[in-house]
Design a protein around this ligand. Structure first.
Ligand code: DC
Length: 224
């Protein structure tokens, strides 16, 4: 099995580019952020805050989380419900970021992610894939862009989905999530020592993909 780990901050284009890369390579695409989002969604629905550790542990103990692939697309199944349509709101983004700092949440999702990479060749994206989840991945990429470039992209995505948002709010959310994700005690967002940096600030989507693909292919050639 081959594993391509793609980590980076929110809005760097990870999911779009990783999905495209997976299709190109014929691998499965695993969006690990969606798993944290599903947990965030359940906590919101149950009215449990991340400060309530016992409450969070109780929720995890009674949670069944699974992913399946339909036409190559990842479907997140939370307690037998397809929650893909509910996990992309700004509220769920913030809750996912907050609850992802909790050790029981990370432990809950760790085995699931590793098992997927054991059974399939994967392009897996997240924050700690190259550092913690798959430290032996053959290819590690740290995909980033300036916070303003990322906020503009996320803003456009949300507007396209019909959500009413303001660019300043999206930028503030992105910067808050960057801070949360890179300052937590366990598995913080950081570039693995052996990860290649891909910066897409000045690039459009196609240019970003070309750079990503070239970087991945160079690493795969170098490794063989
Ligand atoms: O990639 P995303 O924006 O969908 O991720 C949502 C949140 O989940 C993110 O703010 C931090 C957390 N996350 C994480 O801690 N580790 C991962 N591997 C993926 C996401």
């Amino acid at each position: 099995m081959v594993a391509i780990a793609i980590d980076g901050p929110a809005g760097a284009g990870k999911s779009t580019l990783a999905r495209r890369l997976a299709k190109h390579k014929g691998f499965i695409y695993v969006d690990t952020g969606a798993l944290y989002r599903a947990i965030g969604l359940k906590l919101i629905r149950k009215g449990i805050t991340c400060e309530d550790t016992a409450g969070v542990e109780g929720v995890l103990a009674s949670t069944e989380l699974d992913i399946r692939f339909e036409n190559g697309e990842q479907v997140v199944v939370l307690d037998n419900e397809n929650v893909n349509a509910f996990i992309r709101t700004p509220e769920v983004s913030m809750m996912a970021s907050a609850c992802s700092a909790l050790p029981p949440v990370r432990a809950f999702l760790l085995d699931m992610q590793r098992l997927l990479a054991k059974k399939n060749s994967v392009v897996m994206d997240g924050r700690d894939i190259g550092t913690v989840v798959l430290p032996d991945a053959q290819v590690k990429i740290f995909l980033t862009a300036s916070s303003l470039a990322r906020a503009k992209r996320r803003f456009n995505e949300l507007v396209e989905k019909g959500q009413e948002v303001v660019l300043e709010d999206v930028l503030a959310d992105i910067e808050k999530r960057d801070y949360n994700d890179s300052h937590r005690a366990i598995a913080p967002l950081k570039q693995a020592d052996d990860a290649a940096l891909v910066d897409t600030t000045e690039l459009d989507l196609d240019e970003s993909f070309e750079l990503l693909l070239k970087t991945v292919d160079d690493i795969m050639k170098g490794g063989n």
